[in-house]
Design a protein around this ligand. Structure first.
Ligand code: TYD
Ligand code: MG
Length: 453
């Protein structure tokens, strides 16, 4: 009888152990170690047979001698997607797209696959061909170049790939795949690892890009070992509030481009629409200005974005005042409240403070501090802030307004959207060229108060 090889894997972080133990010494989680059957010995010799026929032996080559084709990237029709990838899909690359269930991963990639002017193979282990067809019909009525395959076994997938020779392969999802060479069930660490390495081998040897969809766990990590993220070239994350229509595509790792780019999409009944000018949708169309609202100029990736900050300050009903922040770091909110109390003399200690960033997106750019402070003060005093003023500045612990990066870009975006005044740090004002928009430089929180009210 063939000997069966097993290994114990932590289902959380992917660390492997020779023996079972209660706690993973790598990530300290309890009861996450599970035995997985790796492979039967007699199958080892047959590994990767029929996968990609190649017995090429690599030799060292001078960098200057390596030939590259002129057009290095496959451009999709989706500009936001191209931008996040750094200009398009690199041939032979492996891209992992992660995101919460129902956020729209399958929709995004199916839409891209349908619109690509190349032969595309969309492999789905999650839905039937009819279900995909129904979805495809809603997104793009006709596409001649997209093939659908409902299959989960990698060996069968490679056989089909050999037959139709696609220019790009999409796998929905890596957790549903299984290979013959590993005995454990689909979705287990060893299966994910093995299937991914087979796909990498295929991608690198045939220069065909592969895009994988990956599920994420409840704590927000891509399910499966961290090693999956190490293996692929690019890790994208699709996020957003499921109750809102806006979705953000971010790159967490990119071997071929910057990770600062984001793409914004709107989920409609006929698929995802690219949002080319995000500020317009993030600012409310309210003509009447209310107290507690302020507009911040933030930077998401390389793009300046204007968003609305709403604050509500009211007298606490219970002994302990409540503080809550949606889309903004709650600890940072507490810090700003302490600064307002200590440096500007506002008694907020006995008040409830709620903060909300509209549009369901979350921002960790410190440049929105100034708008947060302005919104809180406006709500506290019940005085509205003029509609045509926006803010970009960081607030320090001593109440000083600190300069922020890429101020030119922020100012020009505010100008483009018709704002007539922008409040920034005094230090940011130095060296700025003349603009149509009035730039108000402030250095202390007290000054913000006198400027506004
Ligand atoms: P889906 O792509 O299946 O999510 P994932 O693959 O990330 O799990 O998206 C499912 C959600 O998207 C579902 O709640 C309905 C919504 N949706 C639309 O609003 N419009 C559409 O055209 C499609 C296809 C889906
Ligand atoms: Mg899906």
């Amino acid at each position: 009888m063939a000997k069966i090889k097993t290994t114990f894997y932590c289902q959380n972080c992917g660390a492997s152990y020779a023996k079972w133990q209660g706690q993973c010494t790598s990530c300290n989680n309890w009861n996450t170690i599970v035995e997985e059957i790796i492979q039967k010995e007699d199958k080892q010799s047959k590994r990767l047979v029929g996968l990609v026929k190649s017995n090429r032996v690599a030799k060292p080559i001078k960098v200057s001698d390596i030939e590259t084709s002129k057009e290095l990237r496959l451009k999709t029709l989706n500009k936001e997607f191209n931008r996040v990838l750094g200009g398009g899909i690199v041939p032979g690359s492996l891209t992992l797209l992660g995101g919460e269930p129902g956020i729209g991963k399958s929709t995004l990639l199916l839409q891209i696959a349908l619109q690509l002017p190349f032969k595309t193979l969309y492999v789905s282990g999650e839905e039937s061909a009819q279900q995909i067809k129904m979805r495809a019909a809603r997104i793009t009525p006709n596409s001649e170049q997209c093939y659908i395959l409902t299959e989960t076994k990698t060996q069968h997938i490679f056989k089909q790939i050999e037959a139709i020779e696609p220019d790009i392969v999409v796998i929905d999802s890596i957790q549903t795949l299984h290979t013959d060479f590993v005995e454990s069930s689909a979705g287990s660490i060893s299966q994910i690892r093995e299937c991914t390495s087979e796909l990498i081998k295929y991608a690198k040897e045939t220069a065909t890009p592969v895009i994988l969809i990956g599920h994420i766990t409840k704590d927000g990590n891509i399910a499966g070992p961290k090693i999956l993220e190490h293996m692929v070239d690019t890790v994208l994350q699709f996020e957003g509030d499921r109750n809102h229509v806006y979705r953000i595509l971010r790159s967490l790792k990119n071997r071929f481009g910057s990770t600062h780019e984001i793409g914004i999409f709107e989920m409609l009944s006929n698929g995802l629409r690219e949002v080319a000018n995000p500020s317009e949708i993030l600012l409310s169309k309210n003509t009447e200005q209310l107290s507690g609202n302020a507009v911040a100029v933030t930077l998401e990736g390389m793009r300046a974005l204007l968003i609305e900050i709403q604050a509500l300050v009211s007298t606490a009903v219970y002994g302990t005042p409540q503080r809550s922040a949606t889309g903004y770091n709650a600890k940072r909110l507490n810090m700003l409240l302490a600064v307002l109390e200590k440096r500007a003399g506002f008694r907020l200690g006995a008040k409830d403070v709620f903060l909300n960033i509209t549009g369901g997106i979350s921002i960790d750019d410190p440049a929105i501090d100034l708008a947060v402070v302005a919104a809180i003060l406006s709500s506290n005093e019940d005085i509205t802030i003029e509609k045509d003023i926006c803010f970009a500045g960081e607030v320090g612990l001593s109440g000083e307004i600190r300069p922020v990066n890429k101020i030119d870009q922020r100012i020009s975006e505010a100008e483009k959207l018709g704002f007539s005044k922008i409040m920034v740090s005094k230090h940011n004002k130095i060296g700025l060229k003349n603009t149509l928009i009035e730039i108000v430089g402030v250095s202390k929180i007290e000054q913000v108060v006198t400027e506004l009210f």
